[in-house]
Design a binder for this molecule. Sequence first.
Ligand code: XMP
Length: 220
Amino acid sequence: MERKTRIILALDVSDREEALKIAEDVSEFVDAIKVGYPLVLATGLEIIRELAEFAPIIADFKVADIPNTNRLICEQVFEVGADAVIVQGFTGRDSLDACIEVASEYRKDVFVVSEMSHPGGAEFLQPVGEAIARMAAEAGASGLVAPATRPERVKKIREIVGDKLTIISPGVGAQGGRASNAIAAGADWVIVGRSIYKAELPKKAASEIAAEIEAELRRE
Ligand code: XMP
């Protein structure tokens, strides 16, 4: 993934044509597209291959199973052309290792969820988020998913993993986080869904967030 705008589009629409249209429209302002259950369950896994024409694809399946099942899931994801997969860390080191093994066979990336961006993310996951971040670093994951809704947590995770891992950060816009704050706290990329795909003019919305991030990076 090349760092240009530092935006990852979360494309959570459920219509194939709409997904392809938005992807093409905003492609100059996003560095990657995150595809998850809403779009894949509605249209099929092949949508990943189609969208990969516009940007690198991060498959957000929050993989959270036993090692063998994780392995089978990751193989499907990379076979269809995804560049990265998002997996849960709470299932433990062996489950994570299985994902990382498959990813390295395909020369792809694994991002590990340490703590989630919604209010409930603070209930059970947050207390173990730092341990998950340390495990992800030791296991050789490419990066972590940390909440833009809590920039102080992004900062903490960055302190833990140093420059070794990439941090991608959801929760910007609709969930209340600000792109510039997440980047200032140490995120490499922000993940933005509704604020772009539900905007009247998605391209304009993406360009405005890109400009906000650019201003923050100039300030640093
Ligand atoms: P919105 O519309 O809120 O979409 O901008 C955010 C996207 O990111 C996903 N999401 C998360 N994924 N850890 C994750 O791995 C998180 O903490 C998290 N919070 C939001 C969400 O599913 C949507 O696609």
